[in-house]
Design a protein around this ligand. Structure first.
Ligand code: ATP
Ligand code: MG
Length: 227
């Protein structure tokens, strides 16, 4: 993943907000990057842009050798479905569906899908995330941390190559948070999953192989060690 001169202005009526300014980053396959920065520094905006969800940017974003700006919406949707898992800051679960249905929704868009294998994978992920007994509940019946784990299971369903997560441990107690971090480390180490995680949390940041800091929409290099 590479950005060149990436900018994003959010339309804010009279005062448009420059959420990203001239961001130049390269993230290699297999990296585990944590994105840190104060509230409003552009972290969620950056994830949405590099994940192909926000197309209103300036500059260039290259993902798996393709220039996102030149792709059709359909091609971009396919790339997202096949390669990217997204854990949103506010989860975006579907409230009329059960937990297991939420986790398997990404498979609805998979033309080659094997329903049986998909259900087995979903169950295995729920098990791993400590939610095996909640498969039939709806999100309304879950705590914030449980919803977050459902969102993580959903993001991992189709074995993405790139996992983008916005505060994935933000709503979790210390133990559950530690389990999620372990899971990320394991997926990173054993399956070569590339992870980009926005976080305020020390422990998650320590697990990363690289820290990227944002400040007022720009990459902040002021804290970096001199080479
Ligand atoms: N949809 C939007 N419409 C207008 N302005 C937006 C929108 N989304 C973000 N912004 C603005 O862009 C800037 C960056 O927002 P962003 O959500 O990327 O920050 P963040 O670093 O994720 O913050 P937080 O840590 O609070 O989640 C902020 O000034 C915000 O007000
Ligand atoms: Mg955010």
């Amino acid at each position: 993943m590479r950005t060149r001169g990436l900018g994003r202005v959010h339309d804010g009526g009279r005062d448009a907000r420059r959420a990203l300014v001239d961001v130049e980053i390269v993230i290699e396959e297999g990296e585990f990057v944590c994105v840190l920065g104060p509230s409003g520094s552009g972290k969620s905006t950056l994830l949405a842009v590099i994940g192909g969800l926000d197309r209103g940017y300036e500059g260039q974003v290259e993902l798996y050798g393709q220039d996102l700006g030149r792709m059709s919406d359909a091609a971009l949707a396919r790339l997202r479905g096949e390669r990217i898992g997204f854990v949103f800051q506010h989860f975006h679960l579907l409230h009329h569906l059960t937990v297991i249905e939420n986790v398997t929704t990404p498979a609805l868009f998979d033309p080659r899908g094997d329903e049986h294998a998909c259900l087995a994978r979903a169950k295995q992920l729920l098990e791993r995330l400590g939610l095996a007994d909640r498969a039939g509940d709806t999100p309304a019946e879950l705590s914030g941390g449980q919803r977050q784990r459902v969102a993580i299971a959903r993001a991992l369903l189709r074995k993405p190559k790139l996992l983008l997560c916005d505060e994935p441990t933000g709503n979790l107690d210390a133990d559950t948070g530690a389990r999620i971090i372990e899971l990320f480390e394991e997926l990173h180490r054993e399956e070569g999953l590339t992870i980009v995680a926005v976080t305020h949390e020390e422990r998650l940041a320590r697990a990363a192989t690289r820290i990227l800091r944002l400040k007022e929409g720009r990459v902040d290099t002021s804290n970096e060690e001199p080479a």
